[in-house]
Design a protein around this ligand. Sequence first.
Ligand code: SAM
Length: 340
Amino acid sequence: MITSAGCNALDYLLDDPAEIHAVDMNARQNALLDLKRAILATGDHERLFALFGDGASPRYRSILESVRHTLSAPAQAYWERRADYFDPGGTRGSFYYRGGSGLAAWLLRNAIVRGSRRHGELVDRLLNAPDRGEQRAAFSALEPVVWSGVTRWLVRQPSVMALLGVPRPQIRLILESHPGGLVGFVRDKLRHVMAELPIAENYFWRVYMTGRYTRSCCPNYLRREFAQVLAQRVDRIATHTTTVSGFLRDNPGDYTHFVLLDHQDWLAAHDPEALREEWELIFANSRPGSRVLLRSAAPDLSFVPKDIAKRLRWDTATAARLHPIDRVGTYGSMHVGEVL
Ligand SMILES: C[S@@+](CC[C@H](N)C(=O)[O-])C[C@H]1O[C@@H](n2cnc3c(N)ncnc32)[C@H](O)[C@@H]1O
């Protein structure tokens, strides 16, 4: 699976897998998963929640120091340089407002709230909406504030999209498929997430909007009830800083599940030969029945070569049922396939 901060890998541990290989070409993503694993392994839930629930803690240095010796060398070096990401006194005040998408979220939040108590109250009213009716009413009051001239301008800037991890090939996929352009695409996705999906369970957007999780709205790995079982299983995860193709070339095997997130959108426009090579390596290192999960900014799988797509049975019913309730809600499509 793609590492990408590691929350998903830690969630899958709750399904009692034999092993998980978390692969990411961005070493920082693996350094982040390594740190989460190291703190989880101590079984000390309060320390874990201080950093990754609250996003910042006055004890951040002692918590990092307490697990430094259990980190891989690259992760040790990275967190020595970036320890202040968890400093509550920093300008942005939360780890979740650091990094590329963190900066974009911090800028957008400030552009929306910009010191207006009323705007801040509208955001809180939405996040704490007791039912769907109130949630829709809260969002319709907030939506005109969200779409000010500043935020429209920010959303149209490829540099802001790059900060959010949306590369140009993905922007092209969106512009080709959505009549309203980028602003229209983001507006529709946001309206669906904020007005149609239960906000109380949406930790993906709560962390963007507030820079932190709550005990009741957070990923499973941050829930106290899972601390012990995760502490026992974190050693089943191995992290690898390389590409998916690089990993499969160096670690041939018989993998039962492949979780590719949206990374093939990078390859689709940039390097179709590398996309084909990756699929060939997936087929060479799987068995009939192995499952593949991926998503895309594109509305369908047309970026996957036809002869490749034919070698999987696509569970379109499950994808059609799950995609509309995806709490991130910013993707064009998701796909569940089984190797034939
Ligand atoms: C946009 S992020 C995923 C975002 C977010 N976690 C999600 O699921 O919505 C895609 C991740 O894939 C990684 N990535 C992109 N291409 C890759 C490749 N060929 N091999 C391994 N990792 C890759 C990136 O470093 C990044 O962490």
